[in-house]
Design a protein around this ligand. Sequence first.
Ligand SMILES: C[S@@+](CC[C@H](N)C(=O)[O-])C[C@H]1O[C@@H](n2cnc3c(N)ncnc32)[C@H](O)[C@@H]1O
Length: 240
Amino acid sequence: MSVVPYKDQQEGKKAQVANMFNNISKRYDLLNHLLSLGIDITWRKKAIKMLQKDQPKVILDIATGTGDFAIEALALNPERVIGVDISEGMLAEGKKKIKNKKLDHLIEMQLGDSEKLLFEENKFDAVIVSFGVRNFENLEKGLADMYRVLKPGGKTVIVEFSKPKKFPFKQGYNFYFKYILPKIGKLVSKDQSAYTYLPESVQAFPDGDKFLTVLEKVGFKNTKCRPLTFGISSIYIGEK
Ligand SMILES: C[S@@+](CC[C@H](N)C(=O)[O-])C[C@H]1O[C@@H](n2cnc3c(N)ncnc32)[C@H](O)[C@@H]1O
């Protein structure tokens, strides 16, 4: 049974996740930076650096949300970044941000589902995802479609929350994630469940080597995991 945001509702995970992000979209950026004390920004930067040698020209940012990872990817000087997401609310916030920053000639935001990407195979030089894969309804299906649209020789770079294993980070993190973060999240976002779903979905997510096994199962080679900040997050890399 997968972890869903609204346990009393009948809809599947995908519809619930889209609704949840629609509900919190206006406060999403603020809460992200507040709850992580801005560390999320450095995590995205580090992940993008993993593609520096490859110099990808056309990049797909899956689960782009309000576009922070797509914007960060511009550090690689690509010709084009396409961001897709299932939440219209998140995309609307992202489009506003990209227009204000005058980046709309470089970044295109589209409604789209990672499990059914509307692109031909072997199209992108790189496929990137930050804090998205944990929310997929069907993880394997989402990763397999990312693999399909990636060019042979191209890389995927994925950032996702993981579970710190060592004392005292494990204990400190568990306390913060379970007792403090949901209270601040609820107060600021006004959504009853979004920030309870966050720690629950991280707990249920197959992190570290388990995630690398799933990447390999759908075809990725030379997979690697690089833990960040005591293992609170990890960068995963795979090649086609
Ligand atoms: C935590 S946000 C991350 C947004 C952005 N990448 C960032 O780093 O801030 C997760 C996003 O994943 C999107 N998402 C979840 N499942 C998806 C799917 N199957 N296809 C595309 N987007 C999806 C949600 O709508 C949400 O905007």
